[in-house]
Design a protein around this ligand. Structure first.
Ligand SMILES: Cc1cc2nc3c(=O)[nH]c(=O)nc-3n(C[C@H](O)[C@H](O)[C@H](O)COP(=O)(O)O)c2cc1C
Length: 387
């Protein structure tokens, strides 16, 4: 019989040591449809809570694309901690102060903004909506606030810049070749970006258990068009910050700061602003909530440069607490992409309108007239008896 032939026995042995990879994990759907299709709806959203956007967006998005955006790295402790941290501080209202109508308008590095809330840099908006970064830029601009565009965008940074009249910053991932980084900076300057945001904390493309289980890969129809992700510089030092500062007259914002030590050195090197962030829990799982890292950075900075905080901001009350702890503005991430998925640029505008309405209402009730008035007087540091 053929089965007894030595070569066949050998073949069976080979099968036992197959190099085929067995996927381990709960029965999840395949990450991507054969042909990737992004949502197309453009229209306003009625939103009660920005956290509701996740579940609604999941219904209209490709499962792998949703998982890539929503999840955090490893056990997602930092991802969840970003939300829990806000629940550990208590607001202290000031009543009977002749409540004035709250004024949300503020300025950030010379830009007049409708609210102290901006769009944080995120890659690949094409996963969320056909309008991609242009849709986000328009929605952010229509809300009267600032758009930060990532190096990992799906559209040319010039096209995105043209989609909004509003202020915009360019987030730079340094590339191995300094000439390539310099070329990106020059393009950003020429396209009207007014600051370079240097991100220092991202050495992996948002790797999460969910995307590994699903075998998620980026759809070939959605290329990263402004830079080659494979060329990202994987080892960064303070000389890299100096290189960027020496390369441009634009202000440089350092993003990913979590410690007073980093903040102090950044100030010594003359950064224009600091963005306190843990990348939305997408990089080093186990680091502190950005909201908990904020006080140390605020103390080290001592008011010398503006501080922006991102990671976990979902409600007007979170914005209020971040400002009370000393941030000058906050940035939001996933809610922007999920509102984009549900309603294109109009969805993004709806999300901003909702969080602004919450902040305005909280300021009114708490007795804060202007953004600059919100400080530690409005916080009870730890839950417990009110003093
Ligand atoms: C899908 C996705 C892509 C991101 N890509 C970038 C990026 O290209 N550059 C960057 O500096 N930060 C990136 N971030 C991090 C965000 O700027 C920000 O730190 C984080 O999303 C804030 O947390 P939040 O989503 O809880 O609001 C990304 C975040 C998400 C969700």
């Amino acid at each position: 019989m053929a089965a007894l032939e030595p070569t066949d026995s050998f073949a069976v042995g080979m099968a036992a040591t197959t190099t085929d990879v067995l996927t381990v994990g709960a029965g999840l759907e395949p990450a991507l449809e054969a042909t990737f299709v992004a949502p197309t709806r453009v229209g306003p959203l009625q939103i009660a809570d920005l956290e509701d956007l996740d579940a609604a967006a999941q219904k209209v998005m490709d499962p792998g694309a949703f998982a890539f955006i929503a999840s955090g790295s490893d056990s997602q402790w930092t991802l969840h901690e970003n939300r829990r941290a806000f629940q550990r501080v208590t607001l202290k209202p000031h009543y009977l102060v002749g409540q004035p109508q709250p004024e949300l308008r503020t300025t950030l590095l010379g830009h007049a903004l409708s609210m102290p809330i901006i769009t944080t840099p995120m890659g690949t908006h094409g996963l969320a909506h056909v309008s991609a970064e242009s849709g986000t830029a328009r929605g952010t601009g229509e809300a009267g606030t600032l758009m930060t565009v990532s190096t990992m965008a799906n559209q040319p940074i010039e096209v995105i810049a043209a989609a909004t009249q509003g202020p915009k910053w360019f987030q730079l991932y340094l590339l191995q070749e300094r000439a390539a980084s310099l070329a990106l900076i020059r393009r950003a300057e020429a396209a009207g970006y007014t600051a370079i945001v240097f991100s220092i904390d991202a050495f992996a493309p948002g790797s999460s258990d969910a995307t590994i289980r699903m075998g998620f890969t980026f759809p070939p129809s959605l290329p990263i068009v402004n830079a080659n992700p494979a060329q990202m510089k994987k080892s960064l030092g303070w000389d890299d910050l100096k290189f960027i500062q020496d390369s441009t007259k634009l202000p440089v914002v350092l993003k990913g700061v979590l410690t007073p030590e980093t903040a102090k050195q950044a100030l010594d090197q003359g950064v224009a602003a600091i963005q306190v962030s843990n990348h939305g829990g997408r990089q080093l799982d186990g680091v502190a909530a950005a909201f908990d890292a904020l006080p140390g950075v605020v103390e080290a900075v001592g008011g010398r440069v503006p501080i922006i905080m991102d990671s976990g901001i979902r409600r007007g009350g979170d914005v209020f607490k971040a400002l009370a702890r000393g941030a000058n503005a906050v940035a939001i991430g996933r809610p922007v992409l999920f509102s984009l998925a549900l309603g294109g640029w109009m969805g993004v505008r709806s999300a901003y309108e909702r969080i602004a309405a919450e902040l305005s209402r909280d300021m009114l009730i708490a007795g804060a007239a202007r953004v600059a008035d919100i400080d530690r007087r409005f916080l009870i540091p730890s839950a417990g008896p009110v003093r």
